[in-house]
Design a protein around this ligand. Sequence first.
Ligand code: ADP
Ligand code: MG
Length: 726
Amino acid sequence: MNFRFKALEKALSHEPVPVNTISSKISEYYGQNVFDKEMMRSTLSADIYEQLMKTIEKGSRMEPHVAEAVASAMRSWAIDKGATHYTHWFQPLTGATAEKHDSFFEPGSDGRGIEKFKGSALVQQEPDASSFPSGGIRNTFEARGYTAWDPTSPAFLMENGSAKTLCIPTVFVSYTSEALDYKTPLLKTLAFIDKAATLVCQELFDKNVTQVKASLGIEQEYFLIDRAIYQSRPDLVMAGRTVFGHAPAKGQQLDDHYFGSIPTRVHNYMVELEMEAHKLGIPIRTRHNEVAPRQFELAPMFEEANLAVDHNQLLMDLMDKVAERHNFKVLLHEKPFANVNGSGKHNNWSLITSTGKNLLAPSSKAKENLQFLTFFVNTIKAVHEYNGLLRASIASESNDFRLGANEAPPAIVSAFIGSQMTKVLNELEKNSTIEIEKGDNMYMKLGINKIPPILLDNTDRNRTSPFAFTGNKFEFRAVGSSANSASAMIVLNAIVGQQLLRFKADVDKLTSKGEKKEMAVIKVLRRYIKESKDIRFEGNGYSDEWIAEAERRGLTNIKNTPEALDEYLTDKAKKLFVDNKLFTEVELEARQEIRLENYIMRVQIESRIIGDLSQNHIIPAVLRYQHQLVKGLNGMKNIGLELEGSVAYETVTEISTHLNTVKTLVRGMIEARKAANKIENTREKAIYYKDIREQYFSQIRYHVDKLEFLVDDSMWPLAKYREILF
Ligand code: ADP
Ligand code: MG
C-alpha cells in the first residue's frame, strides 16, 4: 500500500481528543501563567514596584537593585509554579520566535547546588547569535549579539507537557547596538508615534493627554488539516504549501463552510487552544470557520500594539503545539492550496489616548470630531505618501502567492473609507468659506458635526481593500498569515507619526501668521484631503479597471518581494527612518539583505521540492501506470484489436506528452538554479529566483495536475486535495 493510503487510513482513525478543561469559568485561570502587574504588585515591595512601573510606563532606566528584586520575585513565582528553566524569548528576523533555555539550578561547591536567577540574567543575556540572520551586521562589526528584557511585555510560563519554562520577552541587538529583531524597531516606532500624537493632542485639542498608545487587534486565519495526511505530503512538510494538486470536484463555491458548524474534532482543538491562550493572558474571543474548507479564524481583543504582537507570535506557537495533541497540523502559509482562498492576518489598528479616548472613533460631540478627523485624514495622507513602503512591509515569498490572487487584497495599497466618511471628507473639502463661530455652528456648516458614532456602512466593509476604515480603527488586511505583524506595524506607526509631525508644523505655520487654531487645522486638513485623494478607492480592488486606474494615479503595484523591498532604501524611506532615528542606514540595508536571503532560500526549497516530487514520486508512478497500459495495448494487439482511437492508446499518448514536458521543465529549472547560484549580488540573485518561480512553478504544476487526473487513482502517490480538505 502506498504511503498516501496508509496516511488516509491513519487519518480516518483519528477520533476527537477530549479536552481536560480546568474550569468552566475562564476568569478562574485567565492569566495564571503571566507574571503580570497584579503579580508584581503582590510580590514586590512598594518602592521597587513603583520604580519598575516608572520603567514600564515612562521608559526610565532600570537600576540594578530593582532588576535584582524583580528577578528574585520572578524566580520564586516561576519555581513555585514548577518551572525549572528560564529563557530570553525574542523575535529574530527569521519570522519565528527563538528561545535559549537555561536552568535555574546552579551546582555549588558544597556538592549540592541552588536555584538562582540573577538580576543581570533578567536584564541581559548573550544567546549564541551566530545562527540568526544579521544581514552581515555581525560579520562587519561584532560577532555577538545580546538580548535584553522588554519590561513592557510581561514574563510568562510556557508549559510543554510537564516541563515549564519562564519566558522573558526581550529585544535582540548586536554588540554595536543594531537591531537584529522585530521588537526593537517596533518599540522605537511606538515611542515615535506616541510622541507625535501626544504633541498634536496636547497642543491642538486636549491638554490632558499625556500619552498615546497604538492599539492592535490581530485576526489570525489558518488551515487545520489532519497530521497524518500532512506528513504524507513532502511539499507541505518542507515548504508549508502544496506545490501540486488538482482542484477537487467541489471547492468553496457552495460557501457551505463559512460560518457553518465546527466539527467536534476541530472544536476540541479550539477549546484547548483558547484555554492555553487564556492561561497566558492572550484575550482570544471569537472562533469561526473561514471561507475555504478547513480554514478557520481566531481573533483576540485588541491590546497595546507591542503586547498584541508578542501575543500573536506566542499564539502561532501555541496553535502548533495544541494541534499536535489533536493530531492536526496548523498551516500558517498564506497560500497552502492553489485555487482555494489564502490566509491573512488582519491588523486592526488605532490610537488610544491616556485619557481613554480612541482617536479614530467619531464622536457624538461636534468638537471632538475635528480631532477624530485630524487623525483620520493624517492616516490616509500617510498611507498615500508611503503606499510603496506599506507594500514592502508585508512582502514575503509566501504572501506573494496571495496578494492579488483575487481573494486577497491586491498588491496595490489603497484605502477604503466607506460612503459616510467619503461624504464627510467631500463636505469638509468644499466648504472653504467657513468662519470660526461660537458653539457647534461651525462644525455644522462644515458637515462634521453629524458623523454618526457608529458608521453603519463600514461594518459591511469592502473585502477587496487592503487598508480599510472599519468605523473606529483601520484594518490592514494585506498582512500575511505567517508574518510577524511588527513588520507592518513598524511602517504604519512610523509613517503616521511622521505625518502627524508634518501636520503640526503645517498648522503652526498658519497660526504663526495669525490664523486661529481651529481654522488652521481645518485648512491643513482640507489641503491633505485634496492631496491624498488618489489613495482612496471604494470600488472592487480585484478588477482590471482598478489596476489601470491605480497606475494612472501613480500608486505602486509591486507584484514580488525582491522589488517591493527596494522601497525600504529609497531616499524618502531613508529620510523617514534615519532622520527620526528609527533605523540606521546600516540596519535598513541589513534588513533588506536578510529578507532577500530569506526569499531566495524559500524559492530554492520550493524549487527543490518541485524537482524531487516530480522525479522521485510523480514520474515513477506515472511510468508504472503507463507501463500497465502499454502491456494492455500489447494484449489488445495480440487479439487483433485496433489500437489507435482506443482509450488506452489515447491515455498513453496524453500521459507521454505531459510526462515529457514535466521532465523537460524540471531539467530547465535545475539548470536555471545553477545559473542563479553563481550570482554574487543578493538582489540580483533574488530577482533571478523570482524569474525561476514565475517561469517554472505553475507550468510544471499544470502538467503534473493533468497527470493526476489521468493516472489510476490507486497509483497516485500524493494525497489529493479532496482528501486533505474534506
Ligand atoms: P469586525 O472585524 O467585525 O469589524 P471586531 O470589533 O470584532 O469587528 O474587530 C476585529 C478586531 O479588531 C478584534 O481583534 C478587535 O479587538 C479589534 N479592534 C476593535 N477595536 C479596536 C481598536 N480600537 N483598536 C485596535 N483594534 C481594535
Ligand atoms: Mg477582519
